[in-house]
Write a protein that binds this ligand. Sequence first.
Ligand code: 3PG
Length: 307
Amino acid sequence: MKTILIATQKPFAKVAVNQMKQIAEEKGYNVVLLEKYAEQTDFEKAVTDCDAIIIRSDLATKAVLDAAKNLKIIVRAGAGYDNIDLAAATANNIVAMNTPGQNSNAVAELVFGMMVFAARNGYDGKDGIELRGKKLGIHAYGNVVRYVAEIARGFGMAVYAFDPYVSKEKMQAEGVTPVNSIEELYSTCQYVSLHIPATSETKKSINFSLLNKMPQGAVLVNTARKEVIDEDGLLQMMENRSDFKYLSDIAPDCAHVFAEKFEGNYFFTPKKLGAQTAEANINAGIAAVNQIIDFFETGNATYKVNK
Ligand code: 3PG
């Protein structure tokens, strides 16, 4: 009997875990849970006998992958797979996958939750502003964007996007106005929502010169990764532009400076929670289980992300 390890420092909702277990067990798989583990070494020790692993933002390091002697497949239940050492996976003949699109709506709803919160000054009772009629720029056109654009239209926002890898025709067909460069996106839009993955090209790419192009009352919403922000540039923006607000799903490393100097102009979630809904956990968790079963039974590796 093959064993699937679900290793989640930030556990899936219980309802999702129950459904994942049920699907796997009905197909004859053994499911082992490792939740809220304290140390990375706990993860390393837990992988010894498993054939498949499901993770969230858990760190699938070389040490983990080397220790997993029977492992054939690891699935990141979610979009970003910057937490998997892909080279180590490939070297160990392990297929790494993600579950694209499965938690997108949850993330998109958080984008607007944070935007409304900021537009109403954290609900402090003082004069706020409305989102209707404002320009929203979407930086990178992935799976979350479909939902962001749909919700933005409901708010009466004009939606713009930049993504060199997506055709302008596709964006236009989805009611989004494509722009020609990142600079144009930032100089056009009062609101910018980040949807870029953390890669060697994108890390620290959101810098002062880009942010400073944004119009008055600028708001940057980051539900992507904190690593894509150049934090020195962000702090420079906060110092130079008292009109600017930064909203992020997870605090930057320099959060203490925000707490000291920029009260009222930022909001950070206490932990990464964009995908932390029952629905997103069910969607991504079940997709991960089904992808593993399909891989073992038919060899289907559609969502493979390593070479
Ligand atoms: C993702 O990449 O899918 C999101 O960042 C969600 O991450 P999480 O599973 O750790 O909540």
